[in-house]
Write a protein that binds this ligand. Structure first.
Ligand SMILES: [Zn+2]
Length: 470
């Protein structure tokens, strides 16, 4: 068969599309966009789409059994209705290694193609790459979880805080009418924040706001925090897709004008930070600030100028509030981690086991039981008329349930840490696969595995003393 003839064979394919509610809202990764891309791809590659399988509002974490269209597609594959499945990216198809393999067994000999990614499944490394990407996706979903986002969705849409900690312009209070928590301007800092916004607009400098706040309002705040506050859409009341999430300071127009100030710097900063493999993972040993990535250019002995990435303390460099001037290069850090990741994982497992031994789980369960009993006693008193005032009952009830939630949260956090997924990622030739990843996936890899890195900043030889895994 000549190449020409081969090209004229039209392959029957199934097109699979999946989007979760959250993704559709946040990332505009719409069904239509995916469909269009797949149609184009099919046209360009002599494929005929014989079936569309569309799982809408379905998170990739959902089990095969709960993705109806995927089910139907597998059944059609078993019936031999098509030769290949196409989707745009592997994470549309699966975010779980186990389910991927289960599915592969069933659809054989049907092949698949991720139209926007490249995998060569005929090689061992290609298959390992698939495993690795699936594991990364699985770990990512575990942590930042679409699941968590879904429960938070409701809170955001009703203007409720997601955490107990607010930036200084805001505080949490209880709405008298609904009884729900809401976010309002902090009366203690309100004047200072309004002043800071005016000052910033007038002088066109975010940096100057730091000294303004110190001099006029006696508020000691680092530049980074000021910049974060002034860039927060909550200033005009918006958070995620709720435009009226909290009490605003300014309108959207004023906010937009505020964002124009020093735009180039900010843009560089955030765009830059995304390209650092370990940003957010290392703390300054002196001031506990998170070390920031930065890029410098260095001349090699051969005379070439090469970018050189390193991590250092911005609290020292920008705020002059710290004296720690040491830094660590990204290459060195990456090399050290690649060399010893298994060793660090072993150590983490040992210390996790020790923590668990020391942790008195029984005591916490005892706390929870005790609070539950208190709630029952309170309800009993209320039912039998021992408590006269409804306000008193409601206040006590709210206090106890809050205590209960806190105790349960604490109880949950001492669950046995599960390293098995991370261990799975470190099987076989993972280093080779790692080296074949692009920067974005390298970054995803580290971010899905490592929470923080502790370093011994010895003058002669820097060492990683501890890696904290997720
Ligand atoms: Zn520092």
């Amino acid at each position: 068969m000549t190449v020409f003839e081969k090209q004229n064979i039209i392959e029957s394919v199934a097109a699979y599309v999946r989007v979760s509610t959250q993704e559709q809202k946040l990332h505009g990764l719409s069904l239509d966009a995916q469909k269009m891309k797949l149609e184009e791809y099919a046209k360009e590659n002599n494929m005929k789409i014989v079936g569309w399988y569309v799982d809408e509002g379905v998170s990739g974490r959902k089990k095969i059994a709960r993705r109806p269209e995927l089910q139907r597609m597998i059944q059609d594959a078993e019936k031999g209705k098509f030769d290949r499945i196409i989707f745009i990216k592997l994470d549309r198809f699966f975010r779980s290694v186990a389910e991927y393999h289960e599915c592969m067994k069933r659809i054989e000999p049907v092949l698949w193609t991720a139209t926007e990614e490249q995998y060569n499944l005929t090689t061992a490394n290609g298959r390992l790459l698939v495993n690795m990407k699936l594991t990364i996706a699985e770990l990512e979903a575990d942590q930042t979880g679409e699941r968590i986002d879904l429960t938070n969705d409701y809170k955001v849409s009703t203007g409720q805080p997601l955490t107990g900690k607010m930036q200084i312009p805001w505080i949490i209070c209880t709405d008298k009418e609904t009884g729900r928590k809401k976010i309002v301007r902090n009366p203690e800092t309100e004047q200072a924040i309004t002043g800071a916004i005016d000052y910033c607009l007038k002088h066109q400098s975010k940096r100057k706001v730091v000294s303004y706040l110190k001099a006029k309002h006696n508020i000691d705040i680092a530049y980074n925090s000021v910049a974060r506050i002034l860039a927060n859409p909550m200033l005009y009341g918006a958070y995620r897709d709720n435009p009226a999430y909290c009490e605003p300071y300014i309108d959207k127009d004023t906010f937009d004008r505020l964002q124009e100030i020093g735009k180039r710097n900010i843009k560089n900063n955030t765009a830059g930070n995304r390209s650092y493999l370990f940003s957010g993972m290392i703390k300054c040993p002196e001031c506990n600030f998170t070390l920031a990535g930065c890029t410098q250019h260095r001349k090699t002995t051969a005379g070439n100028v090469l970018p050189y990435k390193k991590y250092r303390c911005d609290n020292q460099r920008k705020n002059s509030r710290c004296t720690f001037v040491k830094y660590i290069s990204e290459n060195v850090l990456e090399r050290m981690l690649l060399a010893d990741l298994e060793k660090h994982l072993e150590n983490a497992k040992i210390s996790a086991a020790n923590v668990l031994d020391a942790e008195d789980n029984g005591m916490k369960q005892f706390d929870i039981d005790e609070i539950n009993e208190q709630i029952e006693r309170l309800n009993y008193s209320w039912r039998t008329g021992k408590i006269k005032k409804v306000e008193q009952y409601e206040k006590d009830f709210a206090e106890l349930t809050e205590k209960l939630e806190a105790a349960e949260r604490e109880h949950n956090t001492v669950e046995v840490k599960d390293f098995s997924k991370i261990e799975k990622i470190l099987e076989g030739g993972w280093r080779e696969v790692y080296n074949s990843l692009d920067d974005e996936h390298k970054r995803s890899f580290w971010r899905s595995v490592i929470q923080s890195i502790e370093i011994n900043w010895n003058d002669t030889k820097k060492e990683i003393t501890r890696v904290n895994f997720f």
